[in-house]
Design a protein around this ligand. Sequence first.
Ligand SMILES: C[S@@+](CC[C@H](N)C(=O)[O-])C[C@H]1O[C@@H](n2cnc3c(N)ncnc32)[C@H](O)[C@@H]1O
Length: 193
Amino acid sequence: MIETFRRQTLFAQACVADILKPGDSAVDGTVGTGEDTVFLAHCVGLKGKVYGFDIQKAALQEARENIQKKAVKTPIQLICDGHQHMDCYPEIADNPNIGAVMFNLGYWPDGDPFVTTQTETTLKALKQSAELIRPGGIVSVIAYAHSEGQDEKRQIDQWTAHLDHHYDTYCFDVKNHKGAPTVYLILKKESRH
Ligand SMILES: C[S@@+](CC[C@H](N)C(=O)[O-])C[C@H]1O[C@@H](n2cnc3c(N)ncnc32)[C@H](O)[C@@H]1O
């Protein structure tokens, strides 16, 4: 458990795995190499569906190869578009079964570090995700403190701190390591009374 806690990607995955059920739909907001896409596919199983967004064709190609190599059979739709447009896709916007949306912000490790997530579009995508998830669903976000990421992280901090009472929001920081990634979890409550 402590090793899972120490690695932010594993920690976010463990929290999402706790929520997702076979047959759910899920969204990977930042596909990159496709690690989270494959993970989500395993969680939702053959009857589920995974949608993955990335703005870089090359990243989606690498993810596609990764998915093939791992022989994933869950239906996966990879979409070359910004995650801030996810609510323009009716199969997502009108889908009542979205149990999780995952974001691992920043840049694709194999690509140009200047092609990175941006505060404004990230916030748009997070707000849409919070709306789109089913009651009991989760949005996970890993945010970084690199120069581009600092404002993004500050704004996510503000947004999560002020989300209304239909949600519970959590922030996991390494207290004695300022540069470590932060994990945010946004949980939609089961009942909307
Ligand atoms: C840190 S990487 C994601 C890592 C990925 N989860 C993995 O398992 O490899 C961040 C990704 O976000 C993508 N990205 C940047 N801005 C985006 C946007 N507006 N919409 C969707 N993806 C975006 C980048 O191209 C990059 O591939």
